[in-house]
Design a protein around this ligand. Structure first.
Ligand SMILES: [Zn+2]
Length: 65
């Protein structure tokens, strides 16, 4: 795991969503296949949304030449 010195709330939300998704995935065979279960689907969707938001922000902030 990363060491989290970052206290950015958006990043933390992304990490929480990532961990929730990973944790669910570890114990759910349905979600390891192509068809996520009813419980897992919103968790994974949340993670993807958080990730997209974070990546988008990083890209907006980190405009390198
Ligand atoms: Zn699942």
């Amino acid at each position: 795991m990363w060491s989290l010195k970052n206290e950015d709330p958006e990043f933390m939300a992304y990490m929480e969503a990532f961990m929730a998704s990973t944790q669910h995935l570890g114990g759910c065979s349905a979600c390891q296949e192509e068809q996520p279960c009813g419980v897992g689907e919103p968790i994974h969707a949340e993670f993807i949304a958080r990730q997209d938001a974070w990546m988008e922000r990083r890209r907006a902030e980190g405009k390198k030449p």
